[in-house]
Design a protein around this ligand. Sequence first.
Ligand SMILES: O=C(O)CCC(=O)C(=O)O
Ligand SMILES: [Fe+2]
Length: 303
Amino acid sequence: MGSPNKGGNIPVLDFSSASPASLSEELFAALRQTGFVYVKHCGITPEEVNCVKDVFTKFFALSDESKSGFTRKEGENHGWVPMLRESLDPSKPGDLKESFNITSIYSKGFPNDEIPGFQETVHNFMEKCQFLAFQVLKCFAYKLGIPDDFFVGCHHLSSRENQTALRCLHYPALSEDVIIEAGQLRCGKHSDWGSITLLFQDSVGGLQVLKGDNQWVDATPVEDAILINIGDMMQRWFNKEIKSTLHRVVVGTDARTRARISMAYFVMPDDHFPVRSLKAIDSAPPVTMSEYIRHKIATTGHY
Ligand SMILES: O=C(O)CCC(=O)C(=O)O
Ligand SMILES: [Fe+2]
């Protein structure tokens, strides 16, 4: 079993030391605790993570005027989302972050002139994420005793029928003229909507996870480890046996002087695949990712 303490409140698992069967058991056991698990040696190197972070960092360093040419358009997900534009928890003021979302290889709008090699770097990284995501999805199928490729077969990650996306989030150091309102967060409380998320944090911290006893606990960054968490669709497939846990990013005491960068690879089932529990007789009607996204947008005002 992964060591329970090194990630603070989140278990840490070493992918290199596990056989496929034990990996499946360990991953599942870890995810049952909080819906989050740190994984080490999972095929994506710290150098690869730094390389893609570097091109995003260069993008965020451009002037707002230059970035505005890449602004996310209404009804789309690809593009730049400026500071305060989103409240992942709609009851709170705007999130103190900006982000750049990359959807599929078909998206248009990459700052290749400003940052040579941007698109290629990002797409290469997304391919690595895809490989890891499939490994994890196969573990889940194994755990359920269904064919290995069941989940992989409803995640056509590079197709137009799938909304899987890489999002880089920049939480800038907040200069004195930025007013931090009461209750304002870096990233409001939310659960992720898809099947799983791969999250790449830096060493700054601030991510918190809501545990079963309703306590917010820190997801303290673990060097060279990737965080994996469960989204709403996987929770449904597993009939809530593994949870899509609420999480948020708080404004740290050093937020005036220290920036934070994270990247999230949101893995989503294909737009029209009907998701329903595979664990029990599920009387609720199946839901597709595209219906669910529509419902979330309507209820949270997100996007
Ligand atoms: O920045 C982070 O650590 C978390 C971001 C997140 O949860 C999200 O974008 O869904
Ligand atoms: Fe999230």
